[in-house]
Design a protein around this ligand. Structure first.
Ligand SMILES: NC(=O)c1ccc[n+]([C@@H]2O[C@H](COP(=O)([O-])OP(=O)(O)OC[C@H]3O[C@@H](n4cnc5c(N)ncnc54)[C@H](O)[C@@H]3O)[C@@H](O)[C@H]2O)c1
Length: 256
């Protein structure tokens, strides 16, 4: 028995990192998965990996900042699988820079993908969940919603907004038996963090050592660490959990 047997899941940002690991894990646990991403090659590769192992997955190209794309994605998932049980709003981008270093274009881009993307995707999927009086929405926040970190002003604002939006959505959707929760990872070693290290440190290897030292556990998390947390929230094991942040940060919030 898989922990998501019979469930249909949409995962945005499924082509890379945490989304990719979650798609592979959800499929292994019995979910039928629709992966959405702006990166076609990576998304198709993950869908193929799942089907090769006997699972059921589809890739749908989708920019979460486009209401046309998000509506098309929701329709495509329902046409293929007749339902949507789990929406994992995982797609996100980094904004590196302090207030002085961040220009308006970067601010707008980070807020568009990380905040408006979740709003649009949820708006597109909610009617299908409301109709069936069931559903789970998982919003990707970050431990940066609770802990100050250097030179991340746009990113921190976006993830704080995701956390607050999650609390509000949890209230609005409770009457429809839809649970809404947030996942708050610390620093997770994915291509996202590799890009951050390249942009922020003259020596990315030294940068990696430095950000690993600030974890109580002395290492960064893996995409699989976060995928397992998302699996729990997506499953019926979390039936009494709504409006909550699940922090998976290797001790970041308890240190330094
Ligand atoms: N890696 C970390 O340390 C960390 C920590 C906390 C939170 N997060 C969050 O986890 C999520 C996944 O991050 P990751 O580390 O796996 O990054 P990643 O860069 O490996 O994957 C992000 C994916 O989102 C996709 N994406 C970007 N913009 C999109 C758009 N407009 N529409 C659709 N897809 C889009 C990218 O193409 C990519 O495939 C993000 O929301 C990120 O903010 C990451």
């Amino acid at each position: 028995m898989g922990r998501l047997d019979g469930k249909v899941a949409i995962i945005t940002g499924g082509a890379s990192g945490i989304g990719r690991a979650s798609a592979l894990l959800f499929a292994r646990e019995g979910a039928r998965v629709t992966l959405a991403d702006v990166e076609r090659a990576g998304g198709e590769e993950v869908a193929a990996m799942i089907t090769e192992k006997g699972g059921d997955a589809t890739f749908v190209p989708c920019d979460v900042t486009s209401p046309r794309d998000t509506a098309r994605l929701a329709r495509a998932a329902v046409e293929r699988y007749q339902a949507i049980d789990v929406l994992f709003n995982n797609a996100g981008i980094a904004g590196v820079g302090s207030t002085e270093e961040t220009d308006e274009a970067l601010w707008d881009q980070v807020m568009a993908v990380n905040v408006k993307g979740i709003f649009l995707m949820t708006k597109a999927v909610a009617p299908y969940m409301i109709q069936r009086r069931r559903g789970v929405i998982i919003n990707m926040a970050s431990s940066i919603a609770f802990v100050g970190l250097a030179r991340r002003v746009s990113y921190a604002a976006s993830k704080g907004a995701v956390m607050a939006m999650t609390l509000s959505m949890a209230v609005d959707f409770a009457k429809h038996d839809i649970r809404v929760n947030a996942i708050c990872p610390g620093t997770i070693h994915t291509p996202f963090v590799d890009r951050y290290l390249q942009e922020s440190y003259a020596d990315p290897a030294e940068g990696l050592a430095e950000i690993s030292r600030r974890q109580l556990m002395g290492r960064l998390g893996s995409a699989e660490d976060v995928a397992h947390a998302a699996l729990y929230v997506a499953s019926d094991e979390a039936a009494f959990m709504t409006g909550a942040p699940l922090i998976i940060d290797g001790g970041l919030s308890g240190t330094k």
